[in-house]
Design a protein around this ligand. Sequence first.
Ligand code: ADP
Length: 299
Amino acid sequence: MILAGQTATALQNARLLDDLRAMQDDLHRLGTELAETNRQLKRLDQTKADFVAIASHELRTPLAQIYGYSDVLSSMTDGKEIEAQEIHTFIDGITRGAMRLKRVVDAMVDVSLIETGGLLLHTACIPVTVVVHGAIEVVQPAANQRKMNLMVRDLSSLPDVEADVNRLEQVFVGILTNAIKYSPDGSEIIVSGRLDSSAEGAWVEILVADSGIGVDPDQQTVIFEKFYRSESVLFHSTDEVRFKGAGPGLGLAIAKGIVAAHHGRIWVESSGRDEERCPGSTFCVRLPATGPSRDAHHA
Ligand code: ADP
C-alpha cells in the first residue's frame, strides 16, 4: 500500500511537472507573440509617421516648383518684352511640376484602391511580349538618358496570360524604372521569361535582372510595403531617373497589389546591397498561364 501511495504521488508529481512545462511553453509562446505584435504596432506607427513626412514632402516639392516658375513668369511679364524661348522654359518647368504632382496623387489613389479592394481589372487573353514591349517603350528614354542597355530575350513562345494590359504594363514600367534608378550609368538590364509547369498548373514568369546596388536579404519582403524606401525621406530627386533617386516608396506596393489581383506573385532575388560592387537584383513576376505554350500551339 505504501508503494502504491508513493507511485500515485510520483505520478501526480510527474503530471504536475508536465502541466507546468506546458504552461511554461504557453507563456513563452505568448511572450513571442506579444513581442511580434509590438513590433508590428511600432512599424504601423512608423508607417503613419512616414506617410505624413513623405506625402507632404512629395506633394510640396512639385508644388513649390510650380509656384516658383509661375511667380518668375508673372514678374517677367510685368510690362517687359520676353522672348518666346524664355516663356517656354518656364512653362516647361510648370508642366514638369504638375506631371510629378499627378504621378504622386495617382500612386496614392492606386494604393487606396488596392487596399479597399476597389481595383477594377479589364482583362483579356494577351501575350506577355505585348506588355513587356509596351513598358520598354515607356522607359526607353530614361534608359537612354542614363546610357543603359535594355535587352529583351525572346518571349514569343510563352503562353498568353489573362491580364489587364494597362495595369500589367504599369507593373513592368515600375520595375524597369527602379532597375534604371538603382543601377549605375551604362549598365545593362535584361528582361527574360520562362514557363513553369507543374501538377498544380502552368505559370509564366517574367524576370527583370539589373546590375544595380542590390537588395539586402532582410529587406526583400519589406520593399513591397507601402512607403518603404531605403533612403532618407529627404533624399529625393528632382530627376525621376537619377541614380538612387528615391520616390514616394509606393511603386512596388502598387506592383504587388496589381500582380496579386491577377492571382500572381512578385518577389526579388539578390545576394545583398552593395553600392560599390553592384551585385544586381532580379525582380520576378509570376502569373497563371491561360493558354498552351505558343510553340505547342504552332506544332
Ligand atoms: P521608390 O519610389 O522609393 O522607388 P518603390 O516602391 O518603387 O519606391 O521601391 C521601394 C524601395 O525598394 C526603393 O526605395 C529601393 O530601396 C528598393 N528597390 C526597388 N527596386 C530596386 C532595384 N532594382 N535595386 C535595388 N533596390 C531597389
